[in-house]
Design a protein around this ligand. Structure first.
Ligand SMILES: Nc1ncnc2c1ncn2[C@@H]1O[C@H](COP(=O)(O)OP(=O)(O)O)[C@@H](O)[C@H]1O
Ligand SMILES: [Mg+2]
Length: 222
């Protein structure tokens, strides 16, 4: 299946960066990928290009005008908070069923490869009763789980995998995005994951030379 939900062990782990790298990789191969980032917090309407949606649109070769933003990121909130809190700040709430319906409509369209970027980590709250995990399960998409190589990432990664397994969400690959200044060797992180998460492909994304990892991940997604 060439449609994936890109989630992570937490915020700022590299979901958008990796999604953009994959989109650029596919475009360089002459393909026409699609991507959405339906829920965006910390959005500044004066600087749409600085948002995740702006980055994804740039990687798709589209501009971050209102039409592009509305098409890929309809739920935009100003506060850089979890989605439930960011929505509440504006007297709004995310209607989970609407979010799932929007996602399913995009998945039903034929354009591939498709990436759906979540928000925050696997268990980030969307409203009072739903988290990103529920959205992943309802979307029916397998995931790419973006993790880091920092000290502590193994527990975060295995916790995220356990949470996803509980709702039957598939994980196509764990992308271990090298954490800057980590005291832990990336290879050691991959080795430990091979014991604790056997059967799930692991891909290292090296800061200094990310292209090989991005290409390998793209291969696993096709
Ligand atoms: N492999 C990488 N190489 C260089 N910069 C990266 C890499 N991964 C993440 N970053 C940077 O780290 C920051 C957080 O990444 P981002 O993709 O926005 O995280 P997320 O989408 O998970 O919140 C961004 O400034 C991003 O450009
Ligand atoms: Mg992001």
């Amino acid at each position: 299946m060439e449609a994936h939900f890109i989630t992570g062990t937490g915020t700022d782990i590299g979901k958008t960066w990796l999604a953009c790298a994959l989109l650029r990789h596919w475009r360089a191969e002459g393909r026409r990928p699609a991507a959405i980032k339906p829920v965006l917090s910390g959005f500044d309407p004066l600087q749409p290009q600085a948002s995740d949606a702006g980055a994804l649109l740039a990687a798709l070769g589209r501009d971050a005008g209102p039409a592009g933003l509305d098409a890929i990121a309809p739920w935009r909130f100003a506060a850089a908070l979890s989605p439930d809190m960011a929505a509440a700040r504006e007297g709004r709430r995310i209607d989970f069923d609407d979010l799932v319906a929007f996602t399913r409509r995009v998945v039903a369209a034929p354009q591939r490869p498709l990436l759906v970027e979540g928000v925050g980590g696997v268990m980030a709250p969307l409203d009072a009763t739903h988290t990103v995990r529920d959205w992943i399960a309802a979307s029916g998409l397998p995931c790419i789980l973006v993790a880091g190589s920092y000290l502590g990432s193994l527990s975060h990664t295995l916790t995220a995998l356990a949470a996803l397994a509980e709702v039957g969400a598939g994980v196509t690959a764990i992308a271990v995005n090298e954490s800057p200044d980590s005291t832990v060797a990336l290879d050691a992180t991959l080795e430990t994951l091979s014991h604790h998460a056997p059967g799930i492909p692991r891909v290292a994304i090296l800061r200094a030379s990310p292209r090989a990892g991005v290409a390998r991940l793209a291969g696993l997604l096709s």
